[in-house]
Design a protein around this ligand. Sequence first.
Ligand code: CLF
Ligand code: SF4
Length: 514
Amino acid sequence: MELGTRKAVAQLLVMQPTLPGSGQKGCGSKGGSGKSSCGSAAGQGDLSAEIWEKVKDHPCYSEEAHHHYARMHVAVAPACNIQCNFCNRKYDCSNESRPGVVSERLTPEQAARKVLAVASVIPQMTVLGIAGPGDPLANPEKTFKTFELVSKAAPDIKLCLSTNGLMLPDYVDTIHALNIDHVTITINMIDPVVGAKIHPWIFYNHKRYTGVEAAKILSDRQLLGLEMLTARGILCKVNSVMIPGINDRHLAAVNKAVKSRGAFLHNIMPLISAPEHGTVFGLSGLPGPTAQELKALQDSCEGEMNMMRHCRQCRADAVGLLGEDRSAEFTTEKVMNMEVNYDLDRRQAYQGKVELQREAVASARKAELETLAGKHSDISILIAVATKGGGRINEHFGHAREFQVYEVGTAGAKFVGHRRVDNYCQGGYAEEDSLETVVRAINDCVAVFVARIGGCPREGLKSAGIEPVDRFALEYIEQSAIAYFREYLERVRTGEIEHIQRGDADIRQGALIA
Ligand code: CLF
Ligand code: SF4
């Protein structure tokens, strides 16, 4: 193992501290039952053993797992067979990636080597996804060849696929035969009239279709593919892009339709739209939703089925925990020169430690929650958290590239989203303008939990009515959030503070590298 690789492993092990701590939650989910348990206790809960085995270390299918386990994508699928008005083909597929991101294309053989290289450096990387940069099923040979190579060389890695669904019915049997246990279908509409405003054309059976006719074929194929997959016991997640004024009022119907066909999880993502992306929606000035508009839609669908709220709309060559991106460590050039040492025993030993930590986090959360037993209040608050993983408050305010947002009430703490921001500290110099963008991104939160924070941003946040809190540094997030909320209720009760509903917040629209 080369020096750089050893250092990276050491850093990862340091990332799993042993402080006493707190909270955890689980996007525990009931496949097909439609009842949400997102945000409830960590662990198997009411899932069958078979489903639990599939989701417990998948960072996208379990919110709780995403604090601990990583995924990687390999960009082997450049072509696409439909057009989406939120996509510019110069970039990655916007159905999963944010516009403006370009990934390095790989051959299946290069991709398989990259997976082994990442697996040897990041033992908690448990899932390989193929999500572009075009549509994986518009590139079936490259996609399935990659999965075949990886499943032979690294059998412990779960295989995951994301598609626009047009060609899905043709490949369900192949997907099943290759043990691809997780499939995401992007379904932005079930009404072709709505669909024609999102997807101007498709290319299907050697022919180009446009308008409502194209959208109807696409929708029929997506829903058929979903039914065929769930009939074979393959876990399906549905991604939908929330496009204000186009499908925002329609997505509740999409939610019902996919739930009734057995989808396990629904991921409603915000439209990311800026003129510089060169997309139809970006150039026409169509804005994405605000943070509260997105949350309200997700909340309204949550009674119907499990909602994913921790999606990072990651690039087609993303590597690492969701929210961090280590793809720059694994360029083709670096991977080809890297000593690859895929060691299944070492990976399993490491993951055993991660499981112990998950249990500690869950029991600490449970203990803290008991302090709220018997308390009932209509008050709930949002708290922003600076974290780099492990379920802890372990990031400095100035280094945070995103804040995780938790909703806390007497029922406990629940992850409800994340907000990307510009680094407040860039190269050691505070950028005053970036504080404004951070405040806009977390403006609906009453407090921000950080490992450390400097004097200037502390005062700036206070002026904006957001309390900077560093006394829980390195502690578990949910335990700390519950403790803070208990004190908050007491301060409201004694009249020290008045509880007021905070305003809305922005979702960052500009292009990001990670
Ligand atoms: Fe990748 Fe997608 Fe599999 Fe996850 S991502 S193919 S299901 S392994 Fe995850 Fe990234 Fe969101 Fe996708 S956070 S964009 S949902
Ligand atoms: Fe772009 Fe993906 Fe839509 Fe194809 S499916 S047009 S790559 S967003």
